[in-house]
Design a protein around this ligand. Sequence first.
Ligand SMILES: C[S@@+](CC[C@H](N)C(=O)[O-])C[C@H]1O[C@@H](n2cnc3c(N)ncnc32)[C@H](O)[C@@H]1O
Length: 203
Amino acid sequence: MSSFLNKAFAASDAHETRKVYDDWATSYEAEIVEHGYVTPDRCAAALHRFADGPDAPVLDFGCGTGLSGQSLHQAGFKVIDGVDLSSQMLTCARAKGVYRNLTQVEAGAALPFEDGAYTLFSAVGAIGAGAAPAGMLHTLMRKLPKGGKLVFSLNDHTLKEPAFEGALSEWIDCGAARLLFREDGPHLPGINLNAAVYVIEKA
Ligand SMILES: C[S@@+](CC[C@H](N)C(=O)[O-])C[C@H]1O[C@@H](n2cnc3c(N)ncnc32)[C@H](O)[C@@H]1O
């Protein structure tokens, strides 16, 4: 595994996570595409299947260099905004030309949009080991209006940490959200890493 991938999985806080992605930005895509990164396409297809149509804006949380936005765009979504911790990753995302707005965010700070502003969220490889903590699932779900949908992925490393599926259960078990879709499948097949993709709807 590359040193950047290892460093990302080992990052212990948002400060380290931002530094890893700032340093990784220019070589991130070549590396993960070489490993066969398929999660953006899997997530975009899953969200497309459950969204009411392609017109509602999608907020791509942890958009990185924009591979997730590109997949959402290819799936047919017309308006995509992105947020990310890393200014360097955002610079690469901007060059893709598929986002309407791109905004840098601070970990722990309020997300820079009103509650209910988006009915569709994606968090592709953006929650879990090497990315945002489990509590981010709660933050995103609180921002969704009733009926809003979130697609996200949790990789094998993340699934070993109970906090992440635990955060999901907190919403599903009490009926605050419905699990519309869960699919295990490849994430980075070149290094035999899998991920589960979920679509949940706020009740
Ligand atoms: C593995 S990359 C995934 C990027 C993109 N979604 C993709 O599929 O290629 C994880 C991204 O999440 C971002 N990230 C991690 N923690 C974050 C946080 N707390 N808030 C916003 N972005 C975060 C990182 O900067 C990084 O760009």
